[in-house]
Design a protein around this ligand. Sequence first.
Ligand code: GS8
Length: 223
Amino acid sequence: MAEEVILLDFWPSLFGMRARIALREKGVEFDMREEDLSNKSPLLLKMNPVHKKIPILIHGGKPVCESLIIVQYIDETWGHESPLLPLDPYERARARFWADYVDKKLYPALRTLRPSTGEAQEAAKKEYIECLKVLEGELGDKAYFGGKRFGYVDVSLIPFYSWFYGLEALANFSIKEECPKFVAWAERCMQRESVAKSLPDQYKLYEYFLERLKKLQAQQTTL
Ligand code: GS8
């Protein structure tokens, strides 16, 4: 019997989305368990005692933590006929470099941009667009970052598309105007069932963020 696959997740999580997409790309059945991050389950704390964060993939009772490591584990464990990482060692290194760029550059730029206003917002917007343009340069004329095939960098990056509507509404700009090739790539990825099923509705995500921001601001004013 196949070993049970559980994903401890939280629907708005960009990192959780990566694991969901990779599992669906490989056709792996899994039990997605939604966590309340303000009241983490004993299972979460047991399975990721170091960071205490989701996503956590539990395969046959054993945990794998950190989204990029989870995606690599999924790639090495299932569906060898449709690999996410390239087979060539140099190309694998390049793919890992770009996924690392997403975490080190694009994610911090997103986090700075989301709550910013005024002049800070203008600077954050510029930084965010610059990151997208660097990624657009790497994409070039390819269909996917993986070339003709949807692969590791695509899985790592496409969750950020779920934020586009929210960012445009918050910071009043058009990402499509700034980075048309990037948006065309994202729309191409959205045609895949694995991606469409794994990304939340962009409006719902934006509403969720506004609610959370309101709560945080209310807490700050009562301090
Ligand atoms: C990040 C996971 C993370 O930030 C990865 O998996 O790639 N580098 C890790 N998880 C967040 C939810 S997503 O914003 C989390 O679990 N936060 C709970 C907490 O910080 O207490």
